[in-house]
Write a protein that binds this ligand. Structure first.
Ligand code: FES
Length: 126
């Protein structure tokens, strides 16, 4: 990640995110979550909260609700695009073949940290 002008950013503790759950984070303090983290059986996955079908459109239908009822698929509330948790690939809906923008994620002890760049935090309307 050299040259990304980014930084590892703490978002929450592992104990604050159960397996099968997601959390969004408003790292820019703009009133809308820019990123979200999924804790799945396969581990932690982080993505930008922007649907590839309609870039900058947020995915969840309400705060922290990024998964479908089975809690095995990421869903966009806009038009129902469905994405694999493991790599963000859209496999159903209006943007099949597109991907969510993945972010590096790591555990620092019990702390979940994601790699955030300055460009990610810029808001189009700010
Ligand atoms: S905005 Fe996400 S499916 Fe259309």
């Amino acid at each position: 990640m050299e040259g990304d002008a980014g930084t590892w950013t703490f978002v929450c503790h592992l104990g604050d995110l159960e397996i099968g759950r997601t959390r969004g984070f408003d790292l820019a303090g703009k009133g809308q979550d820019q990123v979200f983290v999924v804790r799945a059986d396969s581990g932690l996955h982080a993505y930008v909260n922007s649907c590839p079908h309609w870039p900058t459109s947020p995915l969840p239908w309400r705060k922290d609700e990024y998964l479908d009822a089975t809690r095995s698929v990421i869903v966009c509330h806009g038009h129902g695009a469905r994405f694999r948790i493991s790599d963000g690939l859209c496999f159903a809906g209006p943007c099949v073949g597109a991907r969510l923008t993945a972010l590096p994620v790591k555990l620092d002890g019990e702390r979940i940290c994601i790699w955030v760049t300055g460009s990610l935090l810029k808001q189009p309307d700010s």
